[in-house]
Design a protein around this ligand. Structure first.
Ligand code: NAI
Length: 302
């Protein structure tokens, strides 16, 4: 099978970045999100995401000349667009029930034999396909892109027992050849490879810094540049990823890791993060995060 047209569902941090990366590679892409509640334009969420991709701070995610390859829409009025694409990437909220509900909606309208993949950070494939049709299970896999998708070269791919080998091969091929990714095939284990290690390490750094009363700058001076993340540091990385994603990842890992797993202790809820999320400090996509950069160009927030 060949992948010539794609769709991405969820136009948040990852979905918009993945759609931009398709467009930059010359692959036409439909970008759908939930319908907007306010205003006349029901596709305002996905359209707003496309506009943000064209901003130049913190980095140019999509070349303006490629914007015409992205068709933004909403999941109620534009579902029929999915009948025309070879690969649908799901990048919505990290919640298995919400993802399962979406899969049941898209399965009847998608092109027969098209591939569907989830960008989940942690949810095992076996959980994601529970209760889905046999055809869906055959066409489904996990493609875990890293943030930001344009620049992070790693991609984890996970197939399930039922996944068609040619679907896995086609996705791996287009990711390698067209999207420039180093593709790693992972087993269907909690957090796959990178998040099993990476999120543990991020959580441990945050818990330790808060408990020791370090400032964000002091902590990042130790665990940022010296440990290989020079531009953002650990705290800046969490701002980029989105603070609100952290409890979802922790919950998902805690639900699947064995009771005696030594990683579990790192995933406790931290009151500082809970309070920041409640107050809208979800990182760059919100009012700012540990650092005051936000998505509208790095303005300082009061
Ligand atoms: P986000 O919160 O930035 O965006 C989620 C988008 O999904 C929003 O635009 C929201 O309106 C939309 N949405 C919510 N419910 C929906 C529904 N029922 N149907 C359709 N759209 C819906 O989330 P983010 O960070 O982009 O994460 C998306 C997925 O990617 C998650 O599974 C996450 O675990 C994974 N991921 C996130 C990374 C990150 O750095 N943020 C890195 C790698 C994976």
């Amino acid at each position: 099978m060949q992948i010539k047209r794609a769709a991405v569902i969820g136009s948040g941090v990852m979905g918009s970045g993945i759609a931009a990366h398709f467009a930059n590679a010359g692959i036409p892409v439909v970008l759908l999100d939930i319908p907007a509640k306010e205003g006349d334009d029901r596709s305002a969420i996905a359209k707003g995401a496309v506009q943000r991709l064209l901003k130049t701070d913190p980095a140019p995610f999509m070349h303006p000349k490629n914007a015409k390859l992205v068709t933004p829409g909403n999941l109620e009025d534009d579902l029929a667009l999915l009948a025309d694409v070879d690969w649908i990437v799901e990048a919505i909220v990290e919640n298995p029930a919400v993802k399962a509900d979406l899969y049941r909606r898209i399965d009847p309208v998608r092109k027969a034999g098209s591939v569907v993949s989830s960008n989940t950070s942690t949810i095992p494939l076996g959980v994601l396909v529970e209760g889905q049709s046999d055809a869906f299970r055959r066409d489904f896999l996990i493609t875990h892109f890293f943030n930001p998708p344009r620049y992070m070269r790693l991609l984890e791919i996970v197939g399930g027992e039922a996944t068609r080998p040619d679907a896995l091969a086609a996705v791996a091929d287009v990711c390698d050849r067209a999207l420039g990714k180093g593709v790693v095939r992972c087993k269907d284990t909690p957090g796959f490879i990178a998040n099993r290690i990476g999120v543990y390490w991020i959580q441990t750094a945050i818990n330790a810094a808060v408990d020791l009363g370090l400032t964000v700058e002091e902590a990042d001076a130790i665990v940022g540049r010296p440990m290989g993340i020079p531009k953002t540091g650990v705290f800046g990385l969490v701002d980029l990823v989105g603070l609100d994603l952290m409890p979802h990842i922790a919950k998902s890992l805690l639900a699947t890791l064995p009771e005696n797993d030594p990683y579990r202790a790192a995933f406790r809820e931290h009151p500082v993060i809970t309070r920041m999320i409640a107050e809208g400090y979800t990182g760059r996509k919100g009012k700012g995060g540990f650092y005051r950069l936000n998505r509208d160009g790095g303005a300082k927030v009061k």
